[in-house]
Design a protein around this ligand. Structure first.
Ligand code: NAD
Length: 368
């Protein structure tokens, strides 16, 4: 089997889908690996390291024409899909439904697409879970951005110029990104609070040394995720949160509901009620953000409150985000690369539930 890796084309994307380490392992399993020049350069992996691992360097067009499987981070450009062999596989964060032309090309060319965001989040799939590995980096970087923007220290300090009280940091949403944000703010010495609508997060927040902020709303949904709130629940959450925000120095937003735009939790009025010098960093800015004042990709002053909506957060830690992503991809692809051959076992629910378009398979219908 021949694997292809291209330099990512999406603006701001610095990650790469394979590292010299995973290339070496693919080759040990009998694969041939083709890589475009500079594919890993922005993540810190030079061409020579890939060559040493056994990869062959080729131009993008030649890779696309020759590979049986393309490994990517972002969806490859539509023109790239046209150059793949019919029946070739693609693995990556492909968001197939996000673009009509992409979906049509995948269908028309008979490509076997594995959008990794569809991978079920079961125990067995943990080592392949790119959403978790990348969310961890995003939560970490979001806090560092907040620490940089805040006109204050995070830790408590006793100095000759007086005692500095620790910053009060509130993390909204305690999934994978939120818990890493809480841990990071805690390590910087802040006083950290967190809340989520899934009740099991109380214990997780407390185990990291944070305080659980109880806003009286519980909304666990399917598959361990949250569901969207009803109008009454949202009103209750906003009333209690609004009253609390005036005492907070930093807010890090991380709330998300699968398949929907990010829930709006911090309103314009709440921002207006915060102390001047406060900072809001809105991690889900890409899908609109949790704060009404967020402009994706911008950092703005809103009546003395700094509101940041940084994009491509995982890419800010491109080296290790790529290492984790590439290992996740290696673990997933190992399900169907056997002795150098591609062999799809559609009775395996990880394959059957991830592949797009969906196939009529026993495992997929059992899961549905
Ligand atoms: P996510 O990115 O979809 O959401 C982030 C967080 O926002 C979630 O914790 C969610 O509950 C919270 N949220 C949604 N609406 C909210 C609101 N109105 N107010 C406050 N918070 C709100 O979720 P995620 O981080 O990808 O994962 C969430 C869950 O999935 C976690 O329980 C995680 O442990 C679980 N998970 C399990 C596995 C596994 O078992 N292998 C792997 C990954 C994740």
């Amino acid at each position: 089997v021949t694997l292809g890796i291209l330099r990512e084309r999406a603006p701001g994307e610095r990650r790469v889908a394979a590292t010299p380490e995973t290339v070496r392992k693919f080759i040990a399993r009998g694969a041939r690996v083709l890589i475009e020049p500079d594919a890993g350069a922005s993540a810190g992996f030079v061409d020579a390291a890939y060559a040493e691992a056994g990869a062959e360097t080729l131009a993008a067009g030649d890779i696309l024409a020759a590979c049986d499987m393309l490994l990517s981070v972002q969806p490859p450009p539509d023109e790239a899909l046209d150059l793949l062999k019919p029946g070739a596989a693609i693995v990556g964060l492909l968001a197939p439904q996000a673009s009509d032309t992409r979906a049509a090309r995948i269908r028309e060319r008979g490509l076997v697409a594995f959008p990794l965001e569809r991978l079920p989040r079961t125990t067995r799939a943990q080592s392949m879970d790119v959403l978790s590995s990348q969310a961890g980096m995003a939560g970490y970087k979001a806090v560092l951005i907040a620490a940089t923007l805040a006109p204050r220290f995070f830790p408590m300090l006793t100095t000759a110029a007086g005692t500095i009280r620790p910053a009060k940091v509130l993390v909204i949403g305690a999934g994978v990104a939120g818990l890493q944000a809480i841990a990071t703010a805690k390590r910087l010495g802040a006083q950290v609070e967190g809340f989520d609508v899934r009740p099991e997060t109380r214990e997780q927040i407390e185990s990291l040394g944070g305080r659980f902020l109880d806003l009286g709303v519980s909304a666990a949904g399917e598959g361990g995720y949250a569901r969207a709130l009803s109008d009454e629940e949202r009103a209750e959450q906003q009333k209690r949160l609004g009253a609390h925000l005036g005492s907070v120095d930093v807010v890090v937003c991380t709330a998300a509901v699968p398949g929907r735009p990010a829930p709006k939790i911090v309103t314009q009025d709440m921002v207006a009620g915060m102390k001047p010098g406060s900072v809001i960093v809105d991690l889900p800015a890409e899908s609109g953000g949790n704060c009404e004042a967020t402009v994706p990709g911008e950092t703005r002053d809103v009546g003395g409150v700094t509101v940041a909506g940084p994009l491509a957060l995982a890419s800010m830690g491109a080296l290790q985000a790529s290492e984790m992503y590439a290992r996740n991809v290696l673990n997933f692809v190992s399900l169907f690369v056997d002795k150098g051959e591609l062999a799809f076992d559609w009775s395996d629910e990880l394959l059957a539930r991830t592949v797009w378009p969906e196939r009529e398979t026993a495992a997929a219908s059992a899961a549905a």
